[in-house]
Design a protein. Structure first.
Length: 131
Protein backbone atom coordinates (compact mmCIF):
# COMPACT_ATOMS: atom_id res chain seq x y z
CA UNK A 1 0.00 0.00 0.00
CA UNK A 2 2.94 2.28 0.68
CA UNK A 3 4.34 1.85 -2.84
CA UNK A 4 0.89 2.35 -4.35
CA UNK A 5 0.47 5.57 -2.35
CA UNK A 6 3.85 6.85 -3.54
CA UNK A 7 2.94 6.11 -7.16
CA UNK A 8 -0.40 7.92 -6.82
CA UNK A 9 1.34 10.89 -5.16
CA UNK A 10 3.94 11.10 -7.94
CA UNK A 11 1.28 10.92 -10.65
CA UNK A 12 -0.72 13.66 -8.87
CA UNK A 13 2.38 15.87 -8.67
CA UNK A 14 3.09 15.35 -12.37
CA UNK A 15 -0.49 16.28 -13.28
CA UNK A 16 -0.71 19.18 -10.79
CA UNK A 17 2.48 20.95 -11.87
CA UNK A 18 1.77 20.70 -15.59
CA UNK A 19 4.45 18.16 -16.40
CA UNK A 20 7.29 20.27 -14.99
CA UNK A 21 9.92 21.22 -17.53
CA UNK A 22 8.32 19.22 -20.32
CA UNK A 23 6.08 22.06 -21.55
CA UNK A 24 8.85 23.62 -23.60
CA UNK A 25 9.25 21.84 -26.93
CA UNK A 26 12.47 20.12 -27.81
CA UNK A 27 14.45 21.67 -30.64
CA UNK A 28 14.24 20.08 -34.03
CA UNK A 29 16.02 16.70 -34.20
CA UNK A 30 18.03 17.81 -37.22
CA UNK A 31 19.30 20.82 -35.32
CA UNK A 32 20.12 18.63 -32.32
CA UNK A 33 21.99 16.14 -34.50
CA UNK A 34 24.01 18.95 -35.98
CA UNK A 35 24.80 20.33 -32.52
CA UNK A 36 28.14 19.33 -31.17
CA UNK A 37 28.46 17.74 -27.73
CA UNK A 38 32.05 17.36 -26.53
CA UNK A 39 33.29 17.72 -30.09
CA UNK A 40 31.03 14.97 -31.53
CA UNK A 41 27.52 15.11 -33.04
CA UNK A 42 24.66 13.86 -30.87
CA UNK A 43 23.81 10.16 -31.41
CA UNK A 44 20.36 8.82 -32.27
CA UNK A 45 20.11 7.11 -28.88
CA UNK A 46 20.68 10.39 -27.07
CA UNK A 47 18.12 12.14 -29.30
CA UNK A 48 15.49 9.46 -28.61
CA UNK A 49 16.21 9.73 -24.87
CA UNK A 50 15.79 13.50 -24.94
CA UNK A 51 12.50 13.26 -26.81
CA UNK A 52 11.10 10.53 -24.53
CA UNK A 53 12.10 12.27 -21.29
CA UNK A 54 11.00 15.76 -22.33
CA UNK A 55 8.19 15.85 -24.90
CA UNK A 56 6.62 12.47 -24.18
CA UNK A 57 7.35 11.97 -20.47
CA UNK A 58 3.68 11.72 -19.52
CA UNK A 59 2.96 9.08 -22.15
CA UNK A 60 6.12 7.24 -21.10
CA UNK A 61 5.02 7.21 -17.43
CA UNK A 62 1.49 6.10 -18.34
CA UNK A 63 2.90 3.24 -20.43
CA UNK A 64 5.08 2.21 -17.49
CA UNK A 65 2.07 2.31 -15.16
CA UNK A 66 0.00 0.20 -17.57
CA UNK A 67 2.80 -2.37 -17.79
CA UNK A 68 3.09 -2.45 -13.99
CA UNK A 69 -0.64 -3.13 -13.66
CA UNK A 70 -0.39 -5.85 -16.32
CA UNK A 71 2.47 -7.57 -14.48
CA UNK A 72 0.57 -7.50 -11.18
CA UNK A 73 -2.58 -8.82 -12.88
CA UNK A 74 -0.67 -11.65 -14.56
CA UNK A 75 0.90 -12.71 -11.28
CA UNK A 76 -2.38 -12.57 -9.39
CA UNK A 77 -4.13 -14.63 -12.08
CA UNK A 78 -1.52 -17.38 -12.02
CA UNK A 79 -1.49 -17.72 -8.22
CA UNK A 80 -4.63 -19.60 -7.30
CA UNK A 81 -5.50 -20.68 -3.82
CA UNK A 82 -8.13 -23.19 -4.82
CA UNK A 83 -9.16 -25.84 -2.33
CA UNK A 84 -8.21 -28.71 -4.61
CA UNK A 85 -4.77 -27.35 -5.57
CA UNK A 86 -1.80 -29.13 -4.06
CA UNK A 87 0.84 -27.07 -2.34
CA UNK A 88 4.06 -27.84 -0.54
CA UNK A 89 4.36 -26.97 3.10
CA UNK A 90 8.06 -26.37 3.52
CA UNK A 91 7.95 -26.32 7.32
CA UNK A 92 6.37 -29.79 7.37
CA UNK A 93 9.02 -31.08 4.99
CA UNK A 94 11.80 -29.74 7.18
CA UNK A 95 10.36 -31.33 10.33
CA UNK A 96 10.37 -34.86 8.88
CA UNK A 97 12.85 -37.29 10.42
CA UNK A 98 14.51 -40.21 8.69
CA UNK A 99 12.50 -42.65 10.77
CA UNK A 100 9.25 -41.10 9.54
CA UNK A 101 10.18 -41.42 5.85
CA UNK A 102 11.84 -44.82 5.59
CA UNK A 103 10.49 -47.99 7.16
CA UNK A 104 12.75 -51.02 7.15
CA UNK A 105 10.90 -54.30 7.20
CA UNK A 106 12.61 -57.57 8.12
CA UNK A 107 11.09 -60.69 6.62
CA UNK A 108 12.09 -64.32 6.52
CA UNK A 109 13.27 -65.52 3.18
CA UNK A 110 10.93 -67.88 1.34
CA UNK A 111 13.45 -70.69 1.18
CA UNK A 112 14.49 -71.00 -2.41
CA UNK A 113 13.42 -73.23 -5.33
CA UNK A 114 10.78 -75.90 -4.78
CA UNK A 115 12.10 -79.42 -4.58
CA UNK A 116 11.28 -81.90 -7.37
CA UNK A 117 10.80 -85.58 -6.76
CA UNK A 118 13.73 -87.66 -8.02
CA UNK A 119 11.55 -90.05 -10.07
CA UNK A 120 9.71 -87.31 -11.98
CA UNK A 121 11.34 -85.16 -14.63
CA UNK A 122 10.70 -81.46 -14.27
CA UNK A 123 7.59 -80.35 -16.08
CA UNK A 124 7.73 -77.47 -18.50
CA UNK A 125 4.57 -75.45 -18.59
CA UNK A 126 3.01 -75.28 -22.01
CA UNK A 127 0.71 -72.72 -23.46
CA UNK A 128 -2.43 -73.77 -25.29
CA UNK A 129 -2.15 -73.55 -29.05
CA UNK A 130 -4.69 -71.72 -31.12
CA UNK A 131 -6.81 -73.87 -33.43
Amino acid sequence: MLVGGIIVLEMALVLWHGYGGTTTPLHDAVTQAAAVTNGEPMSNTRLIGKVIYTDYIFAFEVAGLVLLVAIIAAISLTVSHAKDSKRQVISDQLKVRREDRVRLVKMKSEGGEPEVAADQPPTIPTTPTAK
